[in-house]
Structures are given as C-alpha cells and as structure tokens.
Design a protein around this ligand. Structure first.
Ligand SMILES: NC(=O)c1ccc[n+]([C@@H]2O[C@H](COP(=O)([O-])OP(=O)(O)OC[C@H]3O[C@@H](n4cnc5c(N)ncnc54)[C@H](OP(=O)(O)O)[C@@H]3O)[C@@H](O)[C@H]2O)c1
Length: 223
C-alpha cells in the first residue's frame, strides 16, 4: 500500500473541499504517472472522484494501450455519489487507455467478507474498515495499490488505527501556500503517544520546483 499525494507548504491538498487545485509541476506529474504504471490499482475516495473527475490511468506514452501497465481505478463510494457512467475514468477505459473502474461499497464488498463484519459496525454503517478494503482488493487479484486521496481517505489511513496497513508514503510538496480553509492533511493524534505516524528510510528529492519526500512507515507502527 503506497499512500501518495501532493500538498502545499501549509499541508493543504486543495483550496476547499470539492475544489480541484493544481499543485504538482510537470516533473512530479510525470512521477505520479510512473508510479501508477507500477501499481495494480489506484484508489480514491468519493469526494475526489466527484470533485476532480480524474482519469485515474497512466498517461505515459509507453503505457497507453498496454493493459499490463494500466492500474485498476478503485473508488470508495458507499453512497453512490460518483457518476461512474459519465466519468472520465470510464471514458479512458472505453478508449483503451485504462481499465474500467471498480466501485467499492457495502454491497460490492459485503457478500465476499467473512460474517461478523457488518453487524459489528451496525446496519446503517457505510464506512468499510480499511483492512476489509485491502482484503477485498487482494481477493480480486490486486497485489499493490496506490492510494491517491483525498483528505478524508489520507487522514483516516494516517490515523493510529490504520497506519500499520500503509507500507510507503510519497508526498509531493509544492512551493506554495493555499491558506486557511483548505483540505488539510492532519490525522487525529493518538492520546497515548501524542503522535500519529512517523516515516523512516526517508529520501527527499527535488523535481523541478517541487520536492518529493518518500519514506516507509516506521516498523513499530506496523501490524
Ligand atoms: N493534492 C492531492 O494530491 C489530492 C489528491 C486527491 C484529492 N485531492 C482533493 O481532495 C478533495 C477531496 O477530498 P475529500 O476529503 O473531500 O474526499 P475523499 O477523501 O476523496 O473522499 C471521502 C469520501 O470517500 C468515502 N470513503 C472514504 N473512506 C471510506 C471507507 N473506508 N469506506 C467507505 N467509504 C469511504 C466517503 O464517502 P461518503 O461521503 O459518501 O460517505 C468519504 O466521505 C478534492 O478537493 C480533491 O481535489 C487532492
């Protein structure tokens, strides 16, 4: 599980919820497309799918039209908010430039999971536990997944309960401030340790005007 996103200097992913905001430069965009080509799936939350209508394919010249280098787009959409039929994602797939997107919700995931998961959460629960999300993808043949956002998804995966499920984090930091009111990466703090996640084996690399931070989630935080 690779968590990857682009943020401003003040930790914002976007100017406001639902607002598509360009942050990455050409070089880091190219890096994102390379990363897409080496993962089996890309996952985003419904908020991102609705706000950005992303293509979620790999647009590197050598990967266009090569299904082996195209990741499977996956949208977590428990309330059916995303218009899959008219999405850019499906358009790309129909043009042979990507794979058809999967939607994960209680119905598509529920039947395949061991009994006991949903009753624990209550009948009205729509949020799927992350372990269940990744297990579902594994059962469908996905061996690597790049989680691209947005805020709710990232903050939830960086929280104490879920961080052990993440292997690596790759963050593009753009040299700009977006100011208050943005979609901010700031996961809930653990009451016990006064912290949340920490990265190790970090590398910082400049790409054009941006800097990219890569690291592995510290072992002690892992399952
Ligand atoms: N800079 C970047 O790298 C980057 C990347 C991606 C997105 N963005 C920006 O981020 C913003 C969108 O972020 P966001 O926080 O509003 O939305 P989001 O994180 O994309 O999606 C959140 C929604 O996804 C569903 N969801 C999340 N976790 C789930 C789970 N475990 N089980 C079931 N459903 C789950 C829920 O849908 P329901 O609400 O229907 O329950 C949840 O409210 C946009 O402005 C976008 O442009 C920026």
């Amino acid at each position: 599980v690779t968590l990857t996103y682009a943020q401003s200097l003040d930790s914002s992913l976007a100017l406001a919820p639902g607002v598509r905001t360009a942050l990455s430069g050409q070089e880091t965009k190219a890096m994102t497309h390379y990363l897409r080509s080496v993962h089996d799936a890309i996952l985003v939350g419904a908020g991102t799918a609705v706000a950005d209508d992303p293509g979620l394919n790999c647009r590197l010249e050598e990967a266009i039209g090569d299904p082996d280098r195209q990741p499977r787009p996956v949208v977590l959409d428990p309330n059916g908010r995303w218009d899959r039929q008219n999405s850019e994602c499906l358009k790309q797939a129909k043009a042979g430039k990507g794979k058809e997107p999967w939607i994960l919700d209680k119905k598509t995931v529920g039947d395949r999971q061991p009994p006991g998961i949903w009753p624990e959460l209550g009948d009205s629960a729509t949020i799927i536990p992350w372990q269940t999300v990744f297990r579902e993808l594994y059962e469908r043949g996905i061996r690597s997944v790049m989680v691209e956002g947005g805020g709710v998804v990232i903050n939830s995966l960086l929280s104490e309960q879920n961080i052990a499920l993440v292997d690596s984090v790759i963050i593009t930091i753009a040299p700009t401030w977006l100011g208050q009111g943005g979609v901010v990466v700031s996961p809930p703090r653990s009451a016990e340790t006064n912290a949340t996640a920490k990265l190790t084996e970090t590398r910082w690399q400049q790409f054009g005007e941006d800097v990219v931070l890569c690291g592995r989630v510290q072992q002690s935080d892992r399952l």
